[in-house]
Design a protein around this ligand. Structure first.
Ligand SMILES: Cc1ncc(C[n+]2csc(CCOP(=O)(O)OP(=O)(O)O)c2C)c(N)n1
Ligand SMILES: [Mg+2]
Length: 602
């Protein structure tokens, strides 16, 4: 049966058909027909109004990372659309699907200078504006293009290497009516199954793995995106391989497992670096080998490839051989390839008895030494408490299934290094883009999809102050996320980096001060003014009870913890190396930097 539908009605109905439960957005004159179409379908799809378009993207991003299904975001034209840039970039770098629907200039008005149109170099062209931060975009001219574009956008987002998609919705196209005989359905348009790896290459990889004396399986974000956690564990336990993860791969393997070696890299761990540095074969699954994870490619700080032989598995051929040479490169879905690898290994070798084996003992000893290295700070009873102590209190209070968000600063680095997770998708971080302002709205999105578990954002004061207005959204929709705000009254992570790379004299432009005294808003009071629960604590003993109280309140809540700002105890450790250029006028520091940089193999 042919129906008359507006462009906006086509978009809204296809969102429902795709099973999208929430659409997050801010209205304007540029998207009124879309908002009206969503009004008509409000029984089937709920609109969530954030207070900033950046937060809309982050909410959808957080929802996907927790649930594995995409949400859609809408904005008006111009200003509303451009406010999403950081959100798209964050999602794109970590390969997270989000559908962004932006209002655009009417097709017949292009180029005149419509309110909020940018038309000086070209007529308004939002796909061009967003080109580097979306996997794929569609510039729409007519309503009849929309069914195809919507269907293609979901395919692009959800297949191969996932990522965000952008569709422009010119104002006239949203309101234009066309006859629609039927809309494409996911059942007939979405490919089924996933790309398997090449069987010959899988056999070669299996041969390498079974002869390895010091195998390491390195898990990245691709493992989580493909849901390959169980397969990776089965393979590690069959081989008796050590397991190390990147930031995006954290929690893909139980962090209390005897084969677990934590993380390598500049802000990784001594045990992780030891294992990856000394591996004879590394099986890397869904990993980018980005600079921080590799200690800026300085051999012996995270990796020694070669002589270590690398088996690199990724859905995106672009990643293989990008930064390190691979002995075997396998393009395919992480889950399918890991399962096939397991079968290939099991066909030629029985399961190794790894419990109590010398390699397992070595892993356990190195991990124990790492955990002991920060225990003094973790047990410190000083006031204000150290960040490490507060993280330990948070871990003690939260159940294992609670979902924890971080995004930047010392708190992101330290949770990565010190907090143990045992359930997949419970540690979620904006790892690749390290976006301040991300955690809190992302956690709100996650909680929409996971009302069954506590969702907590662990944020620095700098981080939280970038999207603090989303407390209004949390209160409006009664989303009981707890933000634990680590208030050290400044951008301490950068202050620490200044001190390490440039020296004490470089203390400038990083801490919130007035007349050389720290200055901060009372963040817990702000939370109460928004209508949420808010408590500020200043001693280590008060952290646990305050968090328990906030969780029990079961409404939007902030626990603000004043944090020790003393240099040396203010953050975590840096067991690797990171290429942070310093100027020549710093003399010996520059000379040391040049010597170190000369060792990079990139
Ligand atoms: C949007 C954005 N701007 C700037 C940075 C650079 N940056 C990284 S960490 C950091 C400081 C973070 O401060 P805060 O959230 O208070 O955490 P702290 O390190 O003080 O614990 C800054 C400015 C960033 N990651 N993101
Ligand atoms: Mg801070």
């Amino acid at each position: 049966m042919t129906r008359s539908m507006t462009g906006a009605q086509i978009v809204a109905e296809m969102l429902v058909q795709e099973g999208v439960p929430y659409v997050v957005g801010i209205p304007g004159h540029g998207n009124l027909p879309l908002v009206d179409a969503l009004r008509e379908l409000q029984d089937k799809i709920q609109v969530i109004m954030p207070r900033h378009e950046q937060a809309a993207l982050h909410m959808a991003d957080g929802y996907f990372r927790a649930v594995g299904k995409p949400l859609a975001v809408y904005t008006s034209i111009g200003a509303g659309a451009t406010n999403t840039l950081i959100g798209l970039a964050t999602a794109y770098v970590d390969s997270i699907p989000v559908l962004l629907l932006v209002g655009e200039t009417h097709t017949h008005m292009r180029g005149v200078g419509v309110l909020q149109e940018i038309e000086r170099q070209t007529w308004s062209d939002l796909p061009r504006t967003f080109d580097p931060v979306v996997k794929r975009s569609w510039r729409i001219d007519q309503a009849r293009q929309l069914p195809r574009a919507m269907s293609q956008a979901f395919n692009a987002m959800l297949t191969g290497r996932p990522g965000p998609a952008l569709i422009t919705l010119p104002m006239d196209v949203q309101a234009e009516t066309i006859p629609v005989a039927g809309l494409p359905t996911p059942e007939t348009r979405r490919p089924q199954g996933v790309p398997r790896g090449d069987p010959g290459e899988i056999r070669r990889a299996a041969e390498l793995l079974v002869t390895a004396q010091r195998p390491v399986i390195l898990l990245g974000g691709g493992v989580v995106l493909a849901g390959a956690e169980a397969e990776a564990r089965a393979l590690a336990e069959h081989l008796g391989a050590a397991v190390v993860t990147t930031m995006q791969g954290k929690a893909a393997f139980p962090e209390d497992h005897p084969l677990y070696g934590w993380h390598m890299g500049a802000n990784g761990t001594t045990c992780g670096n030891h294992l990856t540095n000394n591996a004879d074969v590394i099986l890397a699954i869904g990993v980018r080998f980005a600079d921080k994870a590799t200690s800026s490619y300085r051999p012996g700080y995270a990796f020694n490839i070669p002589p270590t032989q690398l088996i690199h598995v990724d859905i995106d051929p672009f990643e293989i051989g990008k930064n390190y040479p691979a002995t075997v490169g396998i393009v395919g879905d992480a889950r399918a390839v890991t399962r096939d690898l397991f079968e290939a290994v099991a066909a030629v070798n029985p399961s190794r008895d790894w419990r109590g084996a010398p390699y397992t003992q070595e892993i356990e000893e190195k991990v124990a030494a790492w955990l002991a290295s920060f225990r003094p700070l973790l047990e410190a009873g000083s006031s204000p408490p150290t960040m490490g102590r507060v993280i330990a209190e948070v871990r003690r209070v939260l159940p294992q299934e609670a979902i924890v968000f971080t995004s930047a600063g010392n708190i992101q680095a330290q949770v990565f290094q010190e907090m143990a997770f045992t359930v997949p998708r419970t540690y979620i971080s904006a790892g690749g883009f390290s976006t301040m302002g991300w955690s809190y709205p992302a956690a709100l999105g996650a909680r929409l999809g996971r009302p069954d578990v506590p969702v907590v954002a662990l944020v620095g004061d700098g981080d939280f102050l970038m999207t603090i207005q989303e407390l209004a959204t949390a209160v409006q929709y009664d989303i009981p996320v707890v933000a634990v705000v680590f208030n050290n009254q400044g951008w301490q992570a950068i202050r620490d980096l200044q001190r390490i790379a440039f020296g004490e004299q470089a203390n400038y432009g990083t801490m919130f001060e007035q007349d050389e005294r720290p200055i901060t808003p009372h963040i817990a009071d702000i939370a109460r003014a928004f209508g949420g629960h808010g408590r500020r604590v200043e001693t280590a003993q008060d952290v646990g009870p305050a968090l328990e109280e906030a969780l029990a309140a079961n409404r939007p809540a902030v626990v603000e913890v004043m944090i020790d700002m003393t240099m040396g105890t203010s953050g975590g450790q840096a067991p690797g190396w990171w290429d942070v250029p310093v100027p020549a006028y710093l003399g010996e520091r520059r000379a040391a930097y040049e010597r170190e940089r000369a060792e990079e193999v990139i």
